[in-house]
Write a protein that binds this ligand. Structure first.
Ligand SMILES: NC(=O)c1ccc[n+]([C@@H]2O[C@H](COP(=O)([O-])OP(=O)(O)OC[C@H]3O[C@@H](n4cnc5c(N)ncnc54)[C@H](O)[C@@H]3O)[C@@H](O)[C@H]2O)c1
Length: 334
């Protein structure tokens, strides 16, 4: 088979670097082209993601550019990719500059879709559970079906929602185009250490415990999230392109574990894995500040039924187990 090329935007970030390295592992010799503005990403994420998979150095290409400014027609003609994985985005949900967020996360997406459609290149892009805001299902502690999204609580969620609208319009015009949007829920796992305050709660709590600090949770720790392992996220993202087999259907799908895990349960799994019991370092519960409360998602849970039916994919990892495994790994890293 001829050498295939894969484009990964956001490939220097947490999830993108894992996707880029996994593509190289699954198809040795493949050419992986990372497009990244390096706003929150780092070359070190790429190096480490390759090393974790026992690969030598990264042998691909890096375009240090925002996907909003890439000349997509030119790059698709030049690179002739087998698939584009579009994960590049401002991921700091506290960024208040709305024009910047919308420009970086949405501009260029329509041009990417058009260039890929012309060359029959599948596109998989990262959307987010932030497109839901707080749907009525949250109050009832029920899984979120895809149709419940559309009331995001911040401009980050709105930017992802706008991408989905571009996708819907595009898919209406080109029903055969292979475009898949994946609403990632709360992703955790190796490669997130450079996300600072945006790293997962699992990472934060493990680090607090390992450095001898009392873990801190909002009262009363029963808030629950759909925490999903980056290994499952990478697997589904690559699978959704269809370039490694299967018959995934275009559309927008949830990508979570399908399990809601409370922060108390997360902490219990972390404590168990790294051997720091409550008795040696008690949990500090504190009041949620009013400014946080207004936009806080108390409960998230992905309804994974359409993902199973449309993509033919199911998460393989049970969150509490995967959380423990990850915490142990963090401890080993020192
Ligand atoms: N981590 C999660 O829990 C989670 C949840 C929902 C959705 N997502 C989405 O998954 C994707 C990857 O997120 P992550 O957790 O790896 O975050 P990350 O911040 O580690 O990675 C994002 C990468 O995109 C780059 N970037 C920013 N704007 C860009 C642009 N316009 N063009 C090209 N590159 C750009 C950054 O430099 C960074 O390398 C993002 O689209 C994010 O919105 C992540």
């Amino acid at each position: 088979m001829a050498v295939r090329t894969f484009i990964v935007t956001g490939g220097a970030g947490f999830i993108g670097s894992n996707v880029a390295a996994e593509l190289g592992r699954r198809e040795p010799g493949a050419r992986v082209v990372v497009v990244d503005s390096f706003r929150s990403g780092s070359f070190a994420n790429i190096v480490e993601a390759c090393a974790r998979r026992g690969m030598g150095g990264f042998t691909g290409e890096v375009l240090p550019e925002s996907s909003a400014r890439v000349h997509w027609q030119f790059q698709v003609d030049r690179l002739k990719p087998a698939a584009v994985f579009h994960l590049g985005a401002i991921t700091d949900t506290t960024v208040a500059d709305e024009a910047l967020m919308l420009h970086e996360n949405v501009a260029g997406f329509a041009a990417m879709l058009a260039a890929c459609q012309e060359a029959r290149v599948p596109v998989v892009y990262a959307s987010s559970a932030a497109t839901y805001g707080t749907p009525p299902h949250a109050g009832r502690r029920e899984a979120f079906p895809e149709a419940a999204a559309g009331q995001p609580s911040n401009v980050y969620g709105f930017s992802k929602w706008l991408m989905e609208q571009e996708h819907a319009t595009f898919q209406g015009t080109y029903p055969r185009a292979h475009v898949v949007g994946l609403r990632y829920f709360n992703v955790f796992g190796p490669g997130e250490s450079r996300k600072a305050h945006m790293a997962s709660m699992i990472y934060q709590l493990t680090r607090q415990l390992l450095s001898g600090k009392a873990p801190r949770l909002f009262k009363d720790g029963t808030q629950s999230r759909d925490h999903v392992s980056v290994h499952d996220v990478v697997d589904c993202t690559i699978h959704a392109s269809g370039v490694f087999g299967g018959c995934p259907k275009p559309g927008v799908y949830n990508l979570g574990s399908g399990v809601a895990t409370s922060f108390n349960r997360v902490l219990e799994a972390v404590r168990g894995a790294i051997g720091v019991p409550e008795s040696s370092l008690p949990t500090e519960y504190f009041e949620m500040p009013e400014a946080v409360r207004r936009f806080y998602q108390d409960f998230t849970l992905a309804d994974m039924s359409r993902t199973a039916a449309g993509l033919g994919w199911r998460p393989a990892r049970e969150p509490a187990e995967a959380i423990g495994e990850y915490a142990r790994w963090l401890k080993e890293q020192g």
